[in-house]
Design a protein around this ligand. Sequence first.
Ligand code: HPA
Ligand code: ZN
Length: 334
Amino acid sequence: MTKKEFIHRVPKAELHLHIEGTFEPELMFAIAHRNNIQLEYASVDELKQAYQFANLQEFLDIYYAGAGVLLYEQDFYDLTRAYFDRIHAQGVVHAEIFFDPQTHTDRGVAFETVLKGITRAMDDVREQYGLSSGLILSILRHLSEESALRTLDEALPFKQYFIGVGLDSSELGHPPVKFKRVFERARAEGLKTLAHAGEEGPPAYVWEAIDLLGVDRLDHGNRSMEDDRLVAELIRRKIALTLCPLSNLKLQVVSDLRQHPLKRMMERGMLVTVNSDDPAYFGGYLNENYEAIAEALELSIDEIGQLAVNSFEASFLSAAEKASWTGKIEAMLQ
Ligand code: HPA
Ligand code: ZN
């Protein structure tokens, strides 16, 4: 079996995925048209031309503008359903998905509208494909603590529909400590917690995420490698990192995938996973991320298999579900 065939066939979980980042230009234009909204770009091609980013903020500006055409429950359903159809074809069997409620509620779209559209798609694919998924409410860190607390209040009546609370958006200047009380509330409610940290921000932000927010899993975390004591602590506490190779390349977190820290992290004994982040903007879904990083770092089939095992180990699935999937992967590696 070639590496490419193995990547396609092996069962995988995706753990770092923003549903708003799966908005393909064709669907964006179709929804804009039916909602009578004029996009800033004249055509799909013109929009795609704009997908050149010098940093995280340049991407976020375009990503939030695109999400602005989502108004109705059916829009959120169509967006989510399109993502699931793609990953089902890629051998992904489980996905833990971020959504950014403030991006929508700040435009007057009801929290419930967003949630109903996304969860209806989640229910449908569980039934039709046996594809399991969980939802993670992600707080926009460029907005205030007050806005985050209000969002959490609004979300709690629907708590059964999501598994955790995350933290995303513009990292520099918005350290995790800003949301210490929000995360205390989330944990008191029994929710899992996650934070983006160390994508552009320094190792100090990763320390805050693990010590002050008490995160169960860390998103990106690339810059942890600058601090040996932090690396040791992530290993000791078994905190997994959700890495996103094509995202890192597109947002110039790394200048070349051959410089990506994934393999060095594996060699140090860190629990790392491969994910797509915002696939409609970064040039690839989950398998394209596996293929690109396997090629750049010359990963073996065993190492690729280990990454697939890690994707379940680092998930919020039950111990029995983890054992079932990792057993299947190990059988493929025999
Ligand atoms: N980083 C921070 N916020 C985000 C990202 C990201 O990569 N994608 C969507 N929101
Ligand atoms: Zn992300």
